[in-house]
Design a protein around this ligand. Structure first.
Ligand SMILES: Cc1cc2nc3c(=O)[nH]c(=O)nc-3n(C[C@H](O)[C@H](O)[C@H](O)COP(=O)(O)OP(=O)(O)OC[C@H]3O[C@@H](n4cnc5c(N)ncnc54)[C@H](O)[C@@H]3O)c2cc1C
Ligand code: SF4
Length: 501
């Protein structure tokens, strides 16, 4: 397969240009790149439009300070407004957020697919129908279980605690061929091991003749009748690109896609566009051990505990280099200094909650504004999740456990009572989120959804959405595989439909 193909760099495009393709796909993340690869493989001429730039792994320094401004939208500082405010970073580059994600791969759980069939009429989304699609996606991005020797001592501690208490857990499956456990996945993989969509599906699309336009931000979708006649983008060099295509696929992510549609007055009929935002909020606890942990060595997200998945609680590994860990430690002043002096003997692990709360996206002067309030029941889920995690840490020999909840003291001597007795309100939690979904949700009923089961925007003949915004409710697991599979399936159906017509 070609690893590089035709790139038209927006930075070098200062004029107006008009091009014609069979299909145009906007965004090259978890949804866009697989859709482009499928459409190209089916014989369509395809243009991939991406606001970010192509990034070479050779230039990745592993330093958060260098890499975050280059690879993240707004330097990774996007925050929701609400109770509590939550940092919600996303990627902006060829590969989208998959370039800076942790590489964890879960198929959509059966109980979630059942919910989507029952609540949203997505009758064709069955385990049987999706299994071959997942097989193909996993083969393309090289999904395999993390070997124990790469998982690091941070994961080994939690594994020991889980085994001592008899809970359900295991090593995660990831898309990282040749991973060396350098621990900096969130800042671009310097080893080039992570199989993000920019180095897997984009080359697949190239091999079938697709053209990639980088530094190209779509702003306008020109409508004629019930079709999109032209997609208009601004290039970073000050030019304009006009793309005429029979098929238009939007894959700008759960924040970018609803804003683009709304800006163009499209898909607003049901009142659902930009609403139903789920974010799968997350946070991490710290444990002080008596031995050297060096949590930044090994795969940061390599182990999970799914004992309480039915209650919407997943525990997953999270670890960071010391400078990042300092920013995320919920202590200040001399206490923070003392903790950081002992950072080599500190373990961390995350709690993620399938949220009941829902947010909404608006824009003010073209900039996204995300409103999201944590549901009180989700706050109680965090409390339960951290209580179980603290037990696991103590069973593995922790001296102290620090949970990111204001008002809960450092837990010592195996006693989780102060955490269990606390009255935890949303504002007491220190949270982040990595999985925005649902803002152009799929469903059979046009009055309750934005796209149909084939991901076509209700009421428009040639406009599709293939990214996290179509996911009807939080899958309760990391979503990249779900997004890739739904995008692949939709693109196959679009291509089949064209051949049949
Ligand atoms: C730090 C971090 C770790 C994560 N870890 C995991 C993990 O381990 N496993 C997992 O399953 N998920 C993980 N995720 C989430 C996962 O990567 C995302 O859910 C997924 O990539 C979303 O796919 P998407 O196609 O919706 O959007 P994205 O992947 O974000 O792609 C959208 C693309 O569209 C481009 N774009 C936006 N607007 C425009 C426009 N107007 N014109 C042109 N281009 C545009 C963007 O630049 C971007 O490249 C993580 C996320 C983060 C932030
Ligand atoms: S642990 Fe290191 S080598 Fe492995 S995927 Fe992450 S950044 Fe790449």
């Amino acid at each position: 397969m070609r690893t590089t193909g035709e790139i038209v760099r927006g930075a070098e495009e200062a004029r107006e240009r008009v091009v014609t393709f069979d299909a145009v796909v906007v965004g090259t993340g978890a949804g866009g790149a697989p859709a482009a690869a499928e459409l190209a493989a089916a014989g369509l001429s395809v243009a991939m439009l991406e606001e970010g730039d192509w990034q070479d792994a050779d230039a990745f320094t592993a330093s958060p300070r260098d890499m975050m401004p280059r690879l993240y939208r707004d330097g990774g500082q996007s925050v929701t407004i609400g109770d509590p405010p939550i940092v919600l970073p996303t990627g902006r580059a060829v590969g989208g957020t998959t370039l800076i994600n942790s590489g964890t791969c879960f198929r959509t759980p059966s109980r979630i697919l059942a919910r989507w069939r029952d609540e949203f009429g997505l009758d064709e989304l069955t385990d049987e129908a999706l299994a071959p699609v997942f097989d193909d996606v996993e083969a393309t991005i090289g999904v395999a279980e993390v070997p124990a020797d790469l998982a690091g001592e941070n994961a080994a501690i939690v594994r020991r605690g889980v085994e001592a208490l008899g809970y359900s857990g295991g090593f995660l499956r990831r898309n990282a061929r040749g991973c060396v456990g350098s621990g900096v996945c969130a800042f671009g993989c310097p080893a080039g091991a992570k199989q993000h969509t920019g180095v897997t599906f984009v080359p697949k699309a190239w091999a079938a003749g697709a053209v990639l336009f980088t530094g190209t931000r779509v702003r306008e979708l020109a409508v004629r009748g019930d079709r999109i006649a032209e997609v208009v983008a601004a290039t970073s060099g000050g030019g304009t690109l006009r793309v005429r295509a029979d098929v238009v696929v939007l894959a700008c992510g759960a924040i970018g896609t609803p804003l683009l549609l709304r800006r163009n007055g499209l898909a607003t009929g049901s009142g659902q566009l930009g609403r139903n935002l789920s974010i799968h909020p997350a946070s991490a606890a710290r444990a002080r051990m008596d031995h050297e942990v060096r949590m930044w060595e090994g795969v940061p997200q390599s182990y999970y505990v799914d004992e309480w998945a039915d209650d919407g609680i997943m525990l997953e590994g999270i670890a960071a280099p010391p400078d990042q860990a300092a920013m995320a430690t919920p202590r200040v002043g001399p206490e923070l200094r003392e903790l950081m002096l002992d950072v080599g003997r500190t373990a961390t692990f995350g709690v993620m909650v399938t949220d009941e709360g829902r947010g909404a996206i608006h824009s003010v002067r073209g900039r996204p504004v995300l409103r999201y309030d944590l549901h009180p029941e989700d706050a109680r889920r965090f409390q339960r999740g951290f209580a179980r995690l603290a037990e696991i840490f103590f069973a593995a020999g922790a001296r102290e456990v620090i949970v990111p909840i204001t008002g809960v003291p450092t837990l010592t001597g195996g006693d989780i009572g102060p955490l269990e007795r606390a009255r935890v309100r949303p504002r007491d939690l220190h949270l982040m989120a990595f999985h925005p979904l649902g803002t152009a949700r799929a469903g059979a009923d046009p009055a309750r959804s934005v796209v149909d089961g084939d991901l076509r925007v209700h009421g428009l003949r040639n406009l599709y959405v293939a990214d996290g915004s179509v996911i009807p409710s939080s899958p309760g697991v990391n979503p990249q595989l779900t997004i890739m599979a739904l995008a692949t399936r939709a693109a196959r159906r679009i291509a089949r439909g064209r051949l049949a017509s």
